[in-house]
Ligand binder design. Structure first.
Ligand code: HEC
Ligand code: HEC
Ligand code: HEC
Ligand code: HEC
Ligand code: HEC
Ligand code: HEC
Length: 434
């Protein structure tokens, strides 16, 4: 009897304790989507496609929730703790480092995971490069279809004309007509006479041009818009963030914001929390009659931050996304690694990106085309002597110079020793193509 009662009470107690917890913390996909966007996960991830990091759909099946929380909040610490899967994943991505998101608490990570788990699978995806409306591509398809249709109508009309002419001919001299027809190959008998009488080479040229030209045009247009590399591309950004002000006038180091550029493939775009290191304080109220600068207000709105709130309660639960428009974007088949160029190659950002510290709005300074990469790999000097990475190459060059003196291939046009990335395999297709 007593035991029965106790059981009942215990059950009630458990229900009483757990019910509100469940109700409060049930992961919400909607919440997760906002957090996913506000933290710019999408600048490195897509759900169904590998970008800088893996495609995320199905990740909750591949990994445990506990694992994912640790990974997402601080993958560096997690890797250093010795987790084998975390280290394997990092290796797999060639040391591309994901940002640290300790601003997200475990419950918020659960929201994000719920979003990833439940996001609808897109039925029909049209590839759209930033600033390039999708219709651009389909337009050319329409033009092609119209041309084909016009060609078809012309054929039909000609064949009508031919048939009536033939009827006349057959009525006048049935025998001669039958004999002539039997000599013709089948395809000529079916074609209208105007076309059938044409020289075959001219005819095939004609057909090739009618069908081939629009196809080639479409292919060309598709390739340039798909590849999305455009010199001078300078889209408007959702916040009027100025590199001239921050990297020029305030002289902030590029690495302060693009913090993964030394150790990883990608330079990364900073999370808005990096901006808050200063913009919690820098509100420019003097400039805007006592109000927060409208551009800085956008940072606050994105993070759902209220500077007036009580300490500890400044951050609300309703962040809205900031979607920076991606400017530089190589096609999927090309591999470019920042750390290789910045850390090993010791190149300045400006060599490739131009005078960013003078730009109010970032623009793509170089074409980023293959010829541009190759050009520099042929000509850039590398300091092979003081870099262990080049020990073997350096020894080889030293040996060659000893044997061949001034004729050594390791002398540049100016008669000085010159070692280039090309000599280290920098022109091999597989180095840049997956
Ligand atoms: C700067 C680029 C970058 C950003 C921003 C980024 N990630 Fe990643 N993420 C990566 C890379 C790269 C990997 C692969 C492992 C590695 O090399 O670190 C990865 C791995 C992951 C994985 C493990 C996937 C698997 O297959 O096991 C998850 C989950 C993940 N990221 C979630 C997120 C979430 C959620 C956010 C936003 C809060 C985010 N990432 C933001 C680059 C990024
Ligand atoms: C205070 C933070 C901050 C500093 C410092 C900073 N950047 Fe940026 N950078 C950003 C943000 C935010 C964006 C995305 C918005 C934009 O394009 O303006 C960006 C975008 C870029 C892009 C374009 C990315 C794309 O979409 O292709 C390049 C290139 C770049 N920065 C290079 C640099 C260089 C080089 C320096 C140093 C001279 C530098 N940045 C300093 C924050 C910063
Ligand atoms: C190291 C401190 C620092 C960091 C980090 C920083 N800013 Fe600033 N930012 C400033 C200062 C200082 C000013 C004001 C300069 C002035 O006096 O006009 C400013 C001005 C601005 C303005 C101009 C506002 C206006 O109305 O004139 C914008 C927009 C802005 N920052 C956005 C950002 C964004 C976005 C980030 C993060 C990617 C960021 N800032 C990171 C210090 C910083
Ligand atoms: C050897 C040329 C080169 C140098 C040097 C270089 N970049 Fe880049 N950068 C690129 C290319 C190419 C891309 C496009 C990469 C892609 O789409 O995969 C890029 C993309 C970027 C982006 C966009 C986000 C990303 O990572 O794809 C940022 C931000 C950036 N670079 C910042 C920097 C900064 C900061 C430095 C200096 C510390 C620097 N870059 C040095 C060539 C270079
Ligand atoms: C130093 C790096 C590098 C090397 C080496 C390299 N490529 Fe490329 N390649 C690129 C980049 C970056 C692109 C994308 C930009 C573009 O379209 O030009 C590209 C694009 C291409 C394309 C797409 C055509 C186009 O113009 O869009 C083909 C095909 C190609 N490369 C073949 C090769 C072959 C074959 C080799 C070896 C002989 C090679 N590549 C070596 C960097 C390289
Ligand atoms: C301004 C000069 C410059 C440009 C532009 C440039 N690179 Fe490089 N690249 C270098 C230097 C210097 C190295 C040598 C550093 C090293 O060996 O890792 C290098 C090394 C590399 C390597 C490693 C080669 C090896 O054997 O270790 C790859 C891959 C590569 N670059 C790809 C690219 C691609 C793709 C592009 C174009 C999108 C590009 N690079 C544009 C200067 C450049």
């Amino acid at each position: 009897m007593i035991i029965k009662h106790l059981k009942g009470w215990a059950l009630l107690a458990i229900l009483a304790v757990s019910a509100p917890v469940i109700a409060q913390d049930a992961p919400s996909a909607e919440e997760g989507k906002k957090l996913y966007e506000a933290n710019n996960c999408g600048s490195c991830h897509a759900l169904d496609k590998k970008v800088v990091g893996p495609a995320l759909r199905g990740v909750t099946d591949r990994r445990s929730e506990e694992w994912l929380i640790q990974w997402i909040r601080n993958n560096e610490k997690f890797r250093k703790s010795g987790d084998a899967d975390a280290n394997a994943l990092y290796e797999e991505y060639g040391g591309a480092a994901m940002n640290i998101f300790e601003n997200l608490n475990p419950d918020q990570v659960k929201h994000i995971l719920e979003y990833i788990k439940t996001a609808p699978v897109p039925t029909q995806e049209v590839a759209v490069t930033p600033g390039q409306p999708a219709e651009d591509n389909s337009n050319s398809i329409y033009i092609l279809l119209i041309l084909v249709a016009v060609f078809g109508v012309v054929l039909m009309v000609l064949s009508k004309v031919k048939n009536s002419l033939l009827r006349v001919a057959a009525e006048q001299d049935p025998e001669a007509y039958a004999e002539q027809m039997s000599k013709l190959p089948l395809w000529k008998r079916l074609l209208p006479s105007k076309l059938a009488n044409m020289n075959t080479t001219v005819l095939s040229l004609f057909v090739t041009i009618i069908i081939g030209l629009p196809m080639a045009g479409y292919g060309y247009k598709f390739s340039i818009s798909e590849v999305g590399v455009q010199k001078g591309y300078a889209p408007e950004q959702p916040i009027a963030f100025s590199h001239k002000l921050h990297a020029g006038d305030l002289n902030l180091n590029c690495r302060y914001c693009h913090s993964t550029v030394e150790e990883s493939k990608s330079a990364s775009i900073p999370a808005l929390n990096t901006c808050m290191n200063c913009h919690k304080g820098v509100q420019l109220t003097e400039k805007y009659n006592g109000n927060v600068s409208p551009e800085i207000q956008k940072i606050y709105d994105a993070l759902d931050y209220d500077p007036e709130a009580k300490p500890g309660e400044e951050y609300g639960s309703n962040p809205k996304p900031i979607r920076w428009v991606r400017i530089h974007n190589l096609p999927d088949h090309a591999y470019f690694n920042h750390s290789q160029h910045v850390k090993v190659g010791k190149l300045e950002c400006q060599t490739c990106h131009g005078p960013i510290e003078q730009m109010e709005r970032v623009q793509q300074w170089n074409t980023l085309q293959m010829g541009w990469c190759i050009d520099c790999h042929r000509n850039a000097g590398i300091d092979a002597a003081n870099n262990n990475y080049y020990a073997a190459l350096h020894a080889k060059a030293a040996g060659d110079i000893e044997n061949n003196g001034n004729n050594s291939q390791y002398f540049g046009p100016d008669g000085k020793v010159r070692i280039t990335p090309a000599m280290n395999g920098g022109l091999e297709c597989a180095k840049c193509h997956y």
